[in-house]
Design a protein around this ligand. Structure first.
Ligand code: ITT
Length: 202
């Protein structure tokens, strides 16, 4: 069965592919990226929650391609910023996908607040929409706190300033497999993979 991964974010795509391959095994599901659809439009993410945006992206993919489609909407919710940047994580500093500028702005906004007020979570909503209209939505979270400066070069986005609970390395200092084991995206897509296995039998 072919399954569309509806994301334009290359780093996210790599993680999604890795997590789903591990969960579902190779051979059963053929993952298709948006690159196979050159005229695919920029889909406005108008939802107020991660779940709404994940469904918007997955519905668009399923209706445009006729393929079962999974989508990820994710971001960093910082307690001291009342949950922001949240659904605006990819465009917090203005332009879309400017990871460095987004991270710098969050650091500037949280400033020097003490450790006990530096809590936050990565959140990932994962949606599956089938051509027959059936929809599934799950969510994964990674709780942790926001550091005062960057550490590490792995991962993407806000990973260099995020220390997960119980960890002594930032998400950007973990190996890919270590990040997947505890990340919001790993949790959400391992759960969604069970639904995929039921809905898309080999
Ligand atoms: P698509 O909508 O095409 O999937 P996008 O990058 O616009 O790609 P989102 O709207 O879901 O995706 O925004 C996700 C942002 O949240 C991403 O750009 C990062 O800034 C942040 N983010 C999400 N997951 C992350 C992770 O695992 N590590 C670090 N930052 C992450």
């Amino acid at each position: 069965a072919r399954l569309l991964l509806a994301t334009a974010n290359k780093k996210k795509l790599v993680e999604l592919q890795r997590i789903l391959d591990l969960a579902l095994g190779t051979g059963g599901i053929e993952l298709v990226g948006l690159g196979e659809f050159p005229d695919y439009p920029d889909v406005p993410e108008t939802g107020l929650t991660f779940g709404e945006n994940a469904l918007i992206k997955a519905r668009e993919g399923a209706s445009r391609t006729g393929l079962p489609t999974v989508a990820d909407d994710s971001g960093l919710a910082v307690d001291a910023l009342n949950g922001m940047p949240g659904v605006f994580s990819a465009r917090w500093s203005g332009a879309h996908g400017e990871d460095q500028a987004n991270l710098d702005l969050v650091l500037a906004q949280i400033g020097d607040v003490p450790d006990e007020h530096r809590g936050g979570s990565f959140v990932c909503a994962a949606a599956l929409v089938l051509p027959n209209g059936r929809e599934h939505l799950v969510e994964g979270k990674q709780p942790g706190r926001i550091l005062r400066s960057r550490r590490g070069t792995g991962g993407f986005g806000y990973d260099p300033i995020f220390l997960g609970d119980g960890q002594n390395r930032t998400n950007a200092e973990l190996s890919p497999a270590e990040k997947d084991a505890i990340s919001h995206r790993g949790k959400a897509f391992r759960e969604l993979s069970k639904v995929i296995a039921k809905e898309l039998p080999r």
